[in-house]
Structures are given as structure tokens and as C-alpha cells.
Design a protein around this ligand. Structure first.
Ligand code: AMP
Ligand code: FE
Ligand code: FE
Ligand code: ZN
Length: 308
């Protein structure tokens, strides 16, 4: 069974509608998938329905924007973005609904600030343009700003917006302090506990990825951070992901064994025009691990195909 547990639709920063996505999932030969849009759960109902008609297994998921904090070597507190996948939480849980609502609003405010800074050099860029390209109501992220920059002819691709031309800093890069505005988000430890209260299975997305180049996240393995997350109720690590380096994968898989955590694999598909290196099914999750997720997740029922 081939199962891809991290996929984005147009409801957040992906390119495809849910129905386009399920058609592509089916034709890619996958047997099961999770829809994990950023900070929202409203694609689940359609995905579940289409999973039934296509004979696919569907796991409701959401990628929650959170913040991790670690003490740097110089004693300075360093905060960095952590994406927390939550599988099978109750979408009607009041705490979870409020958290996702606040996160989506924070992303709107952040995008407005980002656009304001960019507009000093690119006055043709407006929030309204970003919002209309993203389709009003979708969870906003940097890929949406990138699409507006393409529309205006400022960059040629999403990749160029993030990474820049050779030798240049990308316009939207985290290291481009002239423009960059971070997401503001709640502590990952608090969100892990909240997801558990909502019956969900918290799994760190692309752990230790986006180090120095993107997140300026510490390159060393902050073991105490992972221990704190395990103690807070973390259940898994997404160790098979194209942004997790082979060296870090070994460390993380060992850590998962030591703390009896689930390990998952995915594509983190956003559409090939957005992120061209991660087609559907690039990495997949072992059946045994999926079974552990289903056993631990009590917030909503998965859609299981007959062959499951
Ligand atoms: P944000 O959460 O708004 O800061 O934006 C991060 C999002 O941009 C993540 O969901 C990534 O999937 C996406 N992303 C990160 N790096 C790239 C890249 N080089 N090209 C395209 N998308 C990227
Ligand atoms: Fe994304
Ligand atoms: Fe992510
Ligand atoms: Zn993602």
C-alpha cells in the first residue's frame, strides 16, 4: 500500500482544487492519502467523499503553524517556525477551531505587512492582488505572494521568489530581512497538547528541515527540544521528506525508536509549478505506521478503502 500523508490543495498554498487533487492522487497509483492544508480542515468532507468513489483511503489532517523556542549557544532565546501535522483531530473541537481561526487571521495580517514592505520596491504589488490570486478565503502563505510577483512579471517562478537568481537572495527568503515577516504562532508544546485533547495525532512536519538557508534554525540536533515535545504528547516525526537531510533522517529515526514515536513519509505536494521537486508519492508512510495513527486518532473516523 502506498500512502502519502502530507498534501496541500488550493484551500491553502497548493495549486489544485480538492477534486483535481484526488484525480491526480488516483492516477499516480497511491492507495491512500492525507489532505493537510495549512491551518484548516474544511477540505476534508469533499476529500472523504471522493476517496470513497475512487476506492482510496483518506486520513483527515491539518498542518498547523506553530513556533518552537530554543536557547542558543550564546544564551539568547531563538524562535523558529515549526509545522505540526495533526491527523484525525475532531474538526468541531472548540479549542482547535479557535486556534486555526487565529492562525489564518495572523497569516492575513502577516501577508499585509509583508506586502507593505515589498511595496516600497514593488509598488504595483497589493494585498488585494495576492488575495485574489490565492482565491479569497484560502490560508495565505509566501507561495501566494510569489504567485502575485509572477503575475506582475517581477519573478519568473515561485522557486525564484524563494531562492533568487544564482548569487542573489530570494525576494521572499527568510534571510531577506528587508522584506521578511515571520508568521506569529502559538508554542508548539501547547499545540501538541491541544491536538491530543482534540483526539488528534501530532506529528512534526519536515523536522530539522529548512535549516540555515531558510529558517536559520539551529543546525545541531536540539535533543532537549524533541524530548520536551515527546513529553508534551508528540506521537510522530515525518522523517521521510525531501527537505529532511539523510544525516538528520538517521538521527530522527533513532530518536523515534528511542521514544517509541511513529515515523511518516510524504511528498508535501503543493503542485509542480510551486514546488517542482516533490511529486505525489515522493515518499510514503509504512502501513504499520498508518495503523498506529489510526489507532491513536480518536477525533474523527478515517475513510478506509476495502483493501485496507
Ligand atoms: P510561509 O508558511 O508562508 O512562511 O511559507 C512557507 C511555505 O512555502 C511552505 O508551505 C512551503 O511549502 C513553501 N515553500 C518553502 N520553500 C519553498 C520553495 N523554495 N519553493 C516553493 N515553495 C516553498
Ligand atoms: Fe505550504
Ligand atoms: Fe510545512
Ligand atoms: Zn506542508
Amino acid at each position: 500500500m502506498k500512502i502519502d500523508l502530507h498534501i496541500h490543495s488550493r484551500l491553502s498554498d497548493g495549486e489544485d482544487s480538492v477534486s483535481e487533487l484526488v484525480a491526480k492522487i488516483k492516477s499516480s497509483g497511491l492507495d491512500g492519502f492525507a489532505l493537510t492544508d495549512h491551518d484548516r480542515t474544511d477540505g476534508w468532507a469533499e476529500a472523504a467523499e471522493l476517496a470513497v468513489t475512487n476506492g482510496l483511503t483518506f486520513i483527515p489532517g491539518v498542518e498547523i503553524t506553530t513556533e518552537g523556542r530554543t536557547l542558543g549557544e550564546n544564551g539568547v532565546m531563538h524562535s523558529f517556525g515549526v509545522h505540526l501535522l495533526a491527523y484525525l483531530p475532531d474538526p468541531d473541537n472548540a479549542e482547535l477551531k479557535e486556534l486555526l481561526y487565529i492562525n489564518r487571521n495572523s497569516r492575513i495580517i502577516r501577508t499585509k505587512k509583508f506586502v507593505e514592505k515589498l511595496a516600497t520596491d514593488y509598488p504595483e504589488l497589493t494585498f488585494e492582488l495576492v488575495d485574489s490570486i490565492a482565491e479569497s478565503g484560502s490560508t495565505l502563505g509566501r507561495p501566494d505572494i510569489a504567485r502575485a510577483l509572477i503575475e506582475l512579471g517581477i519573478v519568473k517562478s515561485v522557486d525564484e521568489a524563494f531562492k533568487g537568481k544564482p548569487g542573489e537572495l530570494g525576494i521572499l527568503s527568510k534571510r531577506n530581512t528587508k522584506y521578511y515577516v515571520p508568521n506569529s504562532a502559538p508554542s508548539v508544546l501547547e499545540v501538541i497538547a491541544l491536538v491530543r485533547r482534540a483526539g488528534g495525532v501530532p506529528v512534526i512536519a519536515h523536522p530539522l528541515a529548512r535549516t540555515s538557508s531558510e529558517d536559520s534554525q539551529p543546525e545541531f540536533f536540539p535533543r532537549e527540544n524533541f524530548i520536551a515535545m515527546a513529553e508534551a504528547g508528540l506521537l510522530g516525526l515525518e522523517t521521510s521528506h525531501f527537505e529532511v537531510s539523510p544525516e538528520n533522517k538517521i538521527i530522527l529515526d533513532d530518536f523515534a525508536k528511542e521514544f517509541d514515536l511513529i515515523t511518516t513519509g510524504s511528498s508535501d505536494y503543493h503542485g509542480l509549478n510551486t514546488k517542482k521537486h516533490n511529486p505525489l508519492g515522493l515518499h510514503t508512510t509504512e502501513l504499520e505506521m498508518l495503523k498506529r495513527i489510526i489507532a491513536a486518532g480518536t477525533g474523527i473516523a478515517p475513510t478506509l478503502s476495502r483493501q485496507f
